[in-house]
Design a protein around this ligand. Structure first.
Ligand code: SAM
Length: 282
């Protein structure tokens, strides 16, 4: 095996790694905020790497983008205003805009270069960027939420990089408190919450920070994501007020195409593994 033909992400804590065979490097740059690389792979299409970590591939991004958006949008009774903090590849934005109830979807990514590269190398993820309901901002999501007025958003989706560098504050109690303050009465957040196998203590700290901020009724959803460490990822929903059951009938009759999400997947993703229950729910 020639290592120069492979991209490898080493996961230090777990002493494991995931590799993809590459055809060629398409792009590399140091933006103001992070190191960005794009590869063409043999079997996963294009691949975006930020600071050495896999972000998005053409082949498997649908798991993540669909599960970061549809479960929350089918849980809120009538989501009209959605913010995506991070999410610069625009895949979550595309999924959010599939919901007719959404009147405004604002994507707030700190790094404009991520979106500009996604437009070139992942055009299918950016196909809804010109939707009149979409608004792309390029500023720090922490500041955006801090400066927001009360009752200005129904769902905040935190589609961030791992909790290091500019994304560190997106996992903090102060940030969640600012989210709480600008959510509407039925409002909720969704945070990408890493791997329950590799990052259980981080998930515990995140859940504590959410609860301390006033957010309640935490629900962690599980889904496959073979590119991310351990191949098994999660998203955590937390609400401003009592969480109602998800709109099962609406989900069953969804008027748009998905690749992974459907009503049965939604139900299944809410099943909690024994070790997770033991850690947080008993
Ligand atoms: N799906 C990915 C994952 O879980 O690894 C996340 C992908 S998305 C491209 C992550 C985005 O978060 C990046 O584009 C990065 O620029 C953005 N980001 C990191 N910190 C941020 C902050 N403080 N405010 C806004 N965006 C931020």
């Amino acid at each position: 095996m020639n290592p120069s033909e492979w991209f490898t992400e080493i996961v230090p804590g777990s002493q494991s790694a995931f590799s993809l065979k590459i055809k060629q490097k398409l792009h590399e740059e140091q933006s103001e905020f992070q190191h960005l690389e794009i590869y063409e792979t043999e079997t996963f299409g294009n691949l975006m790497i930020i600071d050495g970590c896999t972000m998005v591939s053409t082949r498997d991004n649908f798991f993540y983008h669909e599960m970061m958006s549809h479960p929350a949008l089918y849980t809120h009774p009538n989501p009209k205003r959605v913010w995506i903090i991070g999410g610069g590849d625009c895949g979550t934005l595309r999924e959010v805009l599939k919901h007719d109830s959404v009147e405004q979807a604002v994507q707030i990514d700190i790094d404009e270069r991520v979106t500009r590269l996604a437009e070139i190398y992942f055009p299918e993820l950016c196909e809804s960027n010109n939707d009149p309901r979409a608004d792309l901002k390029f500023i720090d999501g922490i500041k955006w939420v801090k400066d927001a007025a009360p009752n200005s958003v129904d769902i905040i989706i935190i589609d961030s990089t791992d909790p290091v560098g500019p994304a560190l504050g997106l996992f903090s109690e102060a940030f969640y408190r600012d989210c709480f303050n600008c959510l509407s009465e039925d409002g909720m957040i969704v945070q990408q919450s890493e791997s329950a196998l590799f990052n259980l203590s981080l998930i515990g700290e995140m859940r504590d920070a959410m609860s301390a901020s006033g957010l309640t009724h935490l629900q962690t959803l599980f889904f496959p994501q073979c590119l991310y460490p351990s191949g098994w990822w999660s998203a955590t929903i937390a609400s401003k007020s009592a969480l109602k059951a998800f709109r099962e009938q609406d989900s069953a009759n969804k008027p748009f195409e998905t690749v992974y999400y459907n009503v049965d997947i939604h139900k299944a993703s809410l099943a909690q593994p024994e070790f997770f229950k033991k850690a947080f729910l008993k």
